[in-house]
Design a protein. Structure first.
Length: 66
């Protein structure tokens, strides 16, 4: 996340301000697209529930259109 300039606040904000419904991917993850703190679209991949233990695991992030 740090390499792409994504903060924890960006991820938390995007996950509570979704721009599209969550989408399952072939890589056992769920993709979310939401608005970051400054309004940019952020793509977030989280390991699919049930694949790992108790807490959600952030797999990757990327700015949409970057």
């Amino acid at each position: 996340m740090k390499q792409r300039g994504v903060t924890r606040a960006d991820v938390e904000h995007a996950l509570t301000h979704l721009d599209a419904p969550p989408e399952s991917t072939p890589e056992n993850s769920v993709k979310y697209i939401g608005r970051s703190v400054d309004g940019r679209l952020l793509k977030i991949w989280i390991v699919e529930p049930g694949v790992t233990a108790l807490r959600p695991i952030l797999k990757s992030t990327a700015w949409k259109g970057a």
